[in-house]
Design a binder for this molecule. Structure first.
Ligand SMILES: [Fe+2]
Length: 127
């Protein structure tokens, strides 16, 4: 594949609040201001640019993060400590549980803007 995703825009009501929700779960550095964005650089060279210019309605996006087992434990601990709702499935039919698909673990939460955030320890992609 001759292209690598470099960045994408995540619509938010409050760009720093939305970006910090993620960085705090990941225990990542604070988001940085870049023009109208609150930027969250991720491993692999892709950046999430949170934008709150109000120019478009916020439509729920799905963002899935592949993490190690140790990172999953830490993130899931912060989810529980924060009293966040979580689900084993993307349709929120299985609350308060994680899944064990693809030989790993996975969990879904919602961010303050209604984006569906997923953490998985094993990619869906067959290897
Ligand atoms: Fe997903």
């Amino acid at each position: 594949m001759p292209a690598r995703l470099d960045h994408t825009i995540v619509r938010s009501r409050d760009r720093f609040a939305g970006a910090r929700f993620l960085t705090r779960l990941l225990d990542a550095p604070e988001p940085t201001a870049f023009g109208p964005f609150a930027s969250v650089p991720l491993d692999g060279g892709v950046t999430l640019d949170y934008l709150d210019d109000g120019a478009q309605e916020i439509v729920s996006q799905h963002l899935a993060f592949l993490v190690s087992d140790e990172e999953f434990d830490a993130i899931f601990g912060r989810v529980r400590e924060g009293g966040l709702d979580y689900w084993a499935d993307p349709h929120h039919r299985d609350p308060g549980r994680v899944n064990h698909l693809f030989g790993g673990r996975g969990v879904y939460i919602e961010d303050p803007d209604g984006h569906s955030i997923e953490f998985i320890t094993h990619t869906y992609v067959a290897d």
